[in-house]
Design a protein around this ligand. Structure first.
Ligand code: XIL
Length: 369
């Protein structure tokens, strides 16, 4: 007993030392994106329900360690959060807010007004007046509930066509092209403490970008608050539009907007079209899924080189870029395994199916050394 008491402090010290050395080596083994880019921009991920509910401890550990912002991949979309005219389902959104608070992660809420993943009842609304009521109630109820709890909202998502004209969505048909300004006006009144963004894919490309700039100017000229613009960034291996991206960062920032990359992934599999129109699909056939048993080193290296070039550009414009969010945590969970071709094995992110950092991760980190 005496022996135990005498040596206890030392044993405790040794235990603590081992624990802290253990921690240090763990940190040295895997640098943290959010720490490495702390002075540059925040680093985000999309989160699905399983991740919000911490069903996989490995994913949970990686998320808390690597990211300081997060976007709900689906659970704040209208079909889930507002399934019926007078029914809201806040359960999962509340869970996400609590999960992120616990882990010191800011929430970038996504999305209030989008033509896709709408509840069935919304398509059935006939009169313009009723549609206006739905539109107003939807935005104000949800934006007010999470004001001060989420950092930002993607107020409107994907309102534009590729040529920069307005998409012929149910919102355009029912409310005319001022619906985007109206959405921001309603959101600003309901959520004075939340940043408000316009979000789209391919809005780095010149024609769509011009349409995006015109749309945002309209909001600004109406005296309505808009804080930033999100470029989704669903790009393709070997085809990063770096010049368009750079011009976009400069032009959007010149309008007084914060610039964000909100849904970043780099697709390594074949696809016949660019962008991320979720209604576009392609047929499945074995030639479309060539890396079922693993990604060849040559492709892995190309992916790393693409990510390196992209992050070098982001760092060059770190004064204008607020956030870089990946559309998912690990390759196994990416939506690109199921879209636009179901059941493929895709490799678009920085972490592999075992949650291990890929060569692309180390290339991106090395830019800061
Ligand atoms: C995707 C999700 O990742 C999928 O799980 C879902 O089935 C369809 O939507 N642009 C967006 C995102 O703004 O909301 C989309 O997310 C991907 C394209």
């Amino acid at each position: 007993m005496i022996y135990y008491k005498k040596y206890m402090p030392c044993a405790l010290f040794l235990m603590l030392l081992t624990a802290s050395v253990g921690q240090l080596t763990a940190q040295e083994k895997l640098p943290c994106l959010k720490k490495v880019f702390k002075k540059d921009f925040t680093i985000g991920t999309a989160l699905n329900t399983a991740q919000i509910e911490e069903r996989d401890p490995k994913a949970a550990a990686l998320i808390a360690e690597q990211f300081n912002t997060a976007t709900p991949e689906n659970i704040m979309k209208a079909e889930i959060i507002h399934p019926k005219w007078d029914t809201y389902n806040f359960e999962l959104a509340d869970k996400m807010v609590a999960y992120c608070k616990k882990n010191n992660i800011a929430v970038n809420a996504h999305t209030l007004i989008w033509h896709s993943q709408l509840p069935r009842f919304a398509y059935g609304i006939q009169s313009v007046d009723s549609f206006k009521t739905f539109f107003t109630n939807h935005i104000s109820t949800i934006a007010a509930r999470y004001d001060g709890k989420v950092f930002s909202w993607d107020v409107v998502n994907e309102a534009l066509n590729e040529d920069g004209t307005m998409r012929n969505s149910v919102f355009l048909k029912k409310l005319g092209d001022s619906f985007v300004t109206s959405a921001f006006r309603i959101a600003a009144a309901a959520a004075p403490n939340t940043e408000l963004y316009y979000n789209d894919y391919n809005n780095e490309q010149p024609k769509k970008r011009a349409g995006c700039i015109a749309l945002i100017k309209k909001i600004q000229e109406a005296g309505v608050r808009i804080d930033g613009v999100g470029i989704q960034g669903h790009w393709h291996l070997g085809k990063l539009p770096l010049k368009d991206i750079e011009e976009s960062i400069e032009q959007y920032a010149a309008m007084g907007l914060k610039v964000m990359f909100t849904e970043l992934d780099i697709e390594v599999l074949k696809r016949d079209f660019e962008g991320a129109d979720v209604s576009q699909r392609m047929k499945s056939d074995p030639t479309m899924d060539p890396y079922k048993n693993g990604l060849p080193d040559s492709i892995q290296e190309k992916l790393a080189a693409d990510y390196e070039a992209l992050f070098a550009l982001f760092l060059k414009h770190r004064d204008k870029i607020e956030r870089v969010t990946f559309w998912g945590v690990d390759d196994g969970q990416s939506w690109l395994n199921g879209w636009p071709v179901p059941g493929r094995t895709n490799y678009p992110l920085l972490f592999d199916r075992e949650f291990k950092a890929k060569p692309a991760f180390y290339k991106v980190i090395a830019l800061k050394k």
